[in-house]
Design a protein around this ligand. Structure first.
Ligand SMILES: Cc1cc2nc3c(=O)[nH]c(=O)nc-3n(C[C@H](O)[C@H](O)[C@H](O)COP(=O)(O)OP(=O)(O)OC[C@H]3O[C@@H](n4cnc5c(N)ncnc54)[C@H](O)[C@@H]3O)c2cc1C
Ligand code: SF4
Length: 406
């Protein structure tokens, strides 16, 4: 491992205009980090990574590297890009336990963070370091959002989130688990109780349904619910997954690890939404892919499809042929997620677009003054690093807003 990442660091050309940095949505200063690493200045490198992206260690593990940093490295032209994320993971993992977090003295102002996914955690860390009192309100038992309840353990060990929690508590951040904002408590209650601004990072947790016959049967489940606690489900030996995006790949791979012997994935169109990387792993695990299949209904024996008629661009324009029953013990629907609407329904002035996503301005302030939002609840299901980058902007907006109030 040590030799491998040292070799990777030595292969970096220290480009004057680093394309890898441009390809990273968080603009990680990759050449600088590699230079510090090569000089054995591990903690300085870790600090720089954390200041730029508090979720660095997570991103290093789950980013779509070939679409981002590694995919932009100039050495791609010669065959092998620098695998910076491996260096980043090593540094940030070491830093997570050894960091000495400095924070400004408490300035007497409190803010609330709703949701403890990567967006909420990033905002909370930045605000706490700037001297604000921060309380996180989280609907679930544990922190992390989709890092905890979506991305499977074999891709992202959950112990990382316990280590984050220790750091949050050291920073003086308070966590209130099992509180549904917009249900148990309202955003108006927060302002009543003196919070000066509110961050919303509630993500997209409502699975999209197919709107077809059979969705309520006992052998049908939603992908994101399944991933949250696969142990609660008995999927049998043959599983049909509807959808071929990244979530569907995680569902397939998780099913193999919980008793399934055959997992088939189906989608209407011809081009899967999942990244090549995720599909390759699912394929290695044994998943079988069937694009061009339009689901008609689900029966206790399994899903029923017709073949999709595709236009010249590969887009579905209709169906043809006979019904085809695919025998399966369980059908798991993993097509998309949308935000829940509790907060919009209970917060005066908080507006969402037609997809239920919160509307924000360039500082990530919502239509309700003092309420900021970032992450999936703003742009729809995307990535950890995008949630982080947006949350940084929102936290800066909150600080400016609270300063102005003074
Ligand atoms: C199965 C799966 C695999 C993924 N794999 C990857 C990957 O490999 N790489 C990658 O970059 N991205 C991946 N993603 C996407 C990534 O996880 C999300 O983009 C990211 O987590 C979004 O962060 P967030 O903070 O906006 O929301 P979330 O992570 O969804 O966190 C929202 C939090 O808010 C809480 N909450 C919601 N409503 C309320 C409420 N009313 N009151 C209190 N708390 C509330 C939730 O419980 C949750 O903890 C994956 C997503 C899924 C579902
Ligand atoms: S944050 Fe993600 S995209 Fe950026 S350098 Fe790290 S692994 Fe690459």
């Amino acid at each position: 491992m040590a030799l491998r990442i040292t070799n990777e660091a030595n292969r970096c050309l220290q480009c004057k205009k680093p394309l890898c940095q441009q390809g990273c949505p968080a603009h990680t200063p990759i050449p600088q980090i590699i230079a510090l690493f090569k000089e054995n200045r591990l903690m300085e490198a870790g600090e720089k990574l954390f200041e730029n992206n508090p979720m660095s260690v997570v991103c290093a593990m789950v980013c779509d590297h070939m679409a981002q940093c590694a995919g932009h490295c100039v050495l791609n032209h010669k065959g092998q890009p620098v695998h910076f994320y491996e260096i980043e993971q090593y540094i940030s993992d070491a830093y997570l336990d050894r960091m000495k977090l400095e924070k400004a003295p408490y300035n007497g102002k409190n803010c609330a963070v709703i949701g403890s996914g990567p967006a909420g955690l990033t905002a909370a860390i930045i605000l706490a370091k700037a001297g604000y009192g921060v309380t996180i309100f989280e609907e679930k038992d544990r922190i992390g959002g989709m890092l905890q309840y979506g991305i499977p353990d074999f891709r992202l060990p959950k112990t990382i989130l316990d280590r984050y929690k220790t750091r949050l508590l050291e920073l003086g951040i308070r966590i209130r688990p099992h509180v549904v904002m917009g249900g148990d408590l309202m955003i108006d209650n927060l302002f009543r109780d003196g919070y000066k601004s509110v961050f919303v990072g509630t993500g997209v947790w409502r699975p999209s349904s197919l709107g077809i016959e059979g969705e309520t049967l006992a052998n049908v489940h939603f992908g994101i619910s399944y991933l949250a606690r696969p142990i609660s489900y008995t999927v049998g030996e043959t599983v049909a997954v509807i959808g071929m995006g990244n979530v569907a790949m995680d569902v397939a791979r998780t099913a193999f690890r919980h008793g399934a012997r055959r997992v088939m994935l189906f989608q209407r169109g011809s081009k899967p939404a999942a990244s090549d990387h995720e599909m390759e792993y699912a394929q290695l695990d044994g998943a079988e892919f069937f694009p061009g299949k339009s689901i008609q209904r689900i029966t206790p024996e399994g899903p029923v499809f017709k073949n999709t008629v595709l236009n010249d661009q590969g887009r579905p324009i209709g169906v043809e042929g006979e019904d085809e029953l695919v025998p399966a013990d369980t059908t798991i629907i993993a097509i998309n997620q949308r935000p829940k609407d509790k907060l919009v329904n209970t917060t005066h002035g908080l507006e969402a677009n037609e997809r239920g996503l919160l509307i924000v301005d360039e500082h990530n302030m919502t239509t309700r003054p003092g309420v900021f939002a970032a992450g999936d609840v703003v742009h729809g299901s995307l990535t950890v690093v995008h949630a982080v980058e947006e949350a940084k902007n929102a936290a800066a907006g909150m600080i400016a807003y609270m300063e102005e109030e003074k």
